[in-house]
Design a protein around this ligand. Sequence first.
Ligand SMILES: NC(=O)c1ccc[n+]([C@@H]2O[C@H](COP(=O)([O-])OP(=O)(O)OC[C@H]3O[C@@H](n4cnc5c(N)ncnc54)[C@H](OP(=O)(O)O)[C@@H]3O)[C@@H](O)[C@H]2O)c1
Length: 310
Amino acid sequence: MSKILAVFGATGQQGSSVVNYVLNDPELSKVYKIRAITRDVDSQKVQKLKGKAEIVYGDVHDRASLETALTGVHTVFAMTVPSWGPGAVEAEYNSGKTIADVAVEKGIKYIIFSTLPSVTEISGGKFTSMTPFDAKAKIEKYIRSLPVKSAFYAPGGFMENFQAMPFMTPQKTADGTWAITRHISPKTKIPLVDAIGDTGKFIGAILAAPDKYAGKTFYAGIMYSQEEIASAIAKATGKTVVYKQVSPEELRKTLPAVMADNFLEAFGFQEEFGGFGPESEEKAAWSTANARGRLTTLEEYLEAHPPQLT
Ligand SMILES: NC(=O)c1ccc[n+]([C@@H]2O[C@H](COP(=O)([O-])OP(=O)(O)OC[C@H]3O[C@@H](n4cnc5c(N)ncnc54)[C@H](OP(=O)(O)O)[C@@H]3O)[C@@H](O)[C@H]2O)c1
């Protein structure tokens, strides 16, 4: 009998990747039956899942809905969405805690959680604004304390950000060329992952060998320097794109106010501690080697999805 794999965020980037990977994997599709959890069973995005997955209503802010949605589930892939402003860590933490508590209550055998490193802890309190990181790390710590097997997926920056977040893309300069502006060194390497294309390759590895990876974290991404990112975008778009290091004050002006501290610190953390904390490159290399499939390079991603520089 198939095991039910409940997927949170099945209509989003990471969750849809998990769904598509499992459906297309000859081995995993025989073992797991997907239950997509969504707040709106009639949304446009859900239509794509109909006929391929069981669609079930669930909202992390409505505990009773999760009690129904997680009944009979064997494994859960859980992700949470960030909150911003005061109380952000607790708000996101509570979402993850609710999923984990209901999962244990319902006798779920395995939790796979999309986590992130605790930036406050790793930086010794230097960077404290990266609340979505700290919240996920707190959820991970909580899940690890529960009587259930678990494994974790810590994604690097999404390659999709080059389309989804205009302030992450190159900006036009006075001479008509383009520049990626950050306040960090051009040599700073950051991990980048094709969230839609490749999340499933990491979660698929865990689903195929759950005991082997119990307790482990997949740090997902290939490391690229700022200069390498600029030249990959230049190649994909045919435009002149350079990396320009600016002051933190100048960078702040280009960021949405509500997220400015968060992004300034994110870049600072990447420069000082690597995207994943100590031994970032080794963590990414182990995860790439253990993924179930070859990862998409930035060049390949940008060739398929070139940023619109107009
Ligand atoms: N962007 C990056 O570079 C990056 C890097 C690392 C980690 N992350 C983290 O990735 C997460 C976002 O992941 P994503 O891009 O895959 O998500 P996404 O595409 O923005 O989609 C969000 C998903 O969350 C679901 N959702 C939202 N609120 C919910 C609720 N109250 N109850 C149940 N489900 C809910 C939505 O489902 P329905 O609408 O169908 O209900 C949707 O499928 C964030 O936490 C972010 O911190 C991002």
